[in-house]
Ligand binder design. Sequence first.
Ligand code: UD1
Ligand code: MG
Length: 457
Amino acid sequence: MALAGIILAAGKGTRMKSDLPKVLHLCNGLPMAELVGRALRASGVTDCVVIVGHGADQVKQILGDKNYRFAEQKEQLGTGHAALMAHDALKDFQGDVIVTAGDTPLLTGEALKSLVEAHQDAHATCTVASFFAANPQGYGRIRRNDDGKPTHIVEEKDATPEEKTIQEVNSGVYCFDAQALFDILPTLNNQNSQGEYYLTDALAAFARNGKMTHAVVLEEELFMGVNDRWQLAEASRLLNQSILKKHAEAGVMIVDPNTTWIGPGVKIGNETIIEPMTSITGDSTIGRNCHIGPSTKIDDSDLDDEVKAYMSYIHGASMQKGSRCGPYAHLRPGAMIGEGAKVGNFVEIKNAKFGRKAAANHLTYIGDAEIGDNTNIGAGTITCNYDGFNKSRTKIGNNSFVGSNSTLVAPITIGEGAFVAAGSVITKDVGDDALAIGRARQEEKEGWAKRWRDKNS
Ligand code: UD1
Ligand code: MG
């Protein structure tokens, strides 16, 4: 059966004390609403509508229109009113719809799947995911009848002292028959202590109309809501720990789970060792038998098998099999490090193809370049790629040797098997197998130093 999703994300999130809408705050590297969206997609949701209000434009821009559609809730009149805003987008949709808040970043696809399965097995019109809360304060309480069927969800502010003792609470995540939901929502009223249209009243209305309502009990941690930055830090930590554990179970050595951060969606091969103080985020892939860290940050990058990266910052870059970088290397977007190549300490590479078994072992900047296979770049070499207005390219052939402290003024081409003498400023192309020397010739003044000392002492 077709499955749709609605993410309620119009609220302000006052307690974040931030200009950024709450659902865009990053939880272990991804906006909270994106984590919720991923969980929905993982559970089989194919059409996801985000209800936006506060910071609507920012939310739309950051989530993008590839995986989401958006519906605006201009005034925040309550969760029931918010869900109704998705009606236009889903008016032709036949099937079930999961409704959830956008600030519950620990939701998983498996949990949502079990909610939908329970809903479908029970042939229910409305199924609420509930949990038993150690401290139920603030949550809506689930009231069940003698047959165990849920009949009401009573908000904390509307609850009698007796209802307040109920420990089974509403997680804020539901599965509904979509058309039944959109039929019932306009009939709800806001006669309650908060003067809001409550989505929770949909369940009571269904139960009253003799429709099948159901509640499935899941684990509390899945539904942890984030209201302030301290809770966000805690949610990030919990999400990270569960990701680290999955990698460890799959054969990745996480040396120090307390200082290692791995984002959702990062892939790592087995036998790889991740040393302390390392973070790997974004759309990154790490191969097998790699050695990463300590103190390394990798974002949106692909590292092949057997790569070593020590104390480095790697973003938007790729490293082929057996290559290595660091300590203190900086691989920027478009750096492509060839198989078995060596990038040493204090080397920065940007938008450059660095050949197979090529080496730049110390103190070098390579930008907008193509460096051939087996080519050696001496310490202190700089590609001068920028004249203040334009970027120009440097091309160096295979098997070449650039002596230390050379300045390569782009655009420039250095041939195959060529040699650049140390300390050269190269402004003209160098042919294959040639030697280029671009520096002042050394002069020697015999006895000058002794004469100078004698005169001054
Ligand atoms: C809601 C439930 C409560 C449940 C709790 C779980 C209702 C009436 N109550 O309460 O039973 O235990 O979640 O966390 O639903 N939102 C909008 N537009 C609005 C109002 C809210 O988009 O007009 C969004 C918020 O941004 C938020 C979500 O809906 O993401 C939940 O709203 P919130 O006000 O936090 O609901 P609770 O009071 O926590
Ligand atoms: Mg509220």
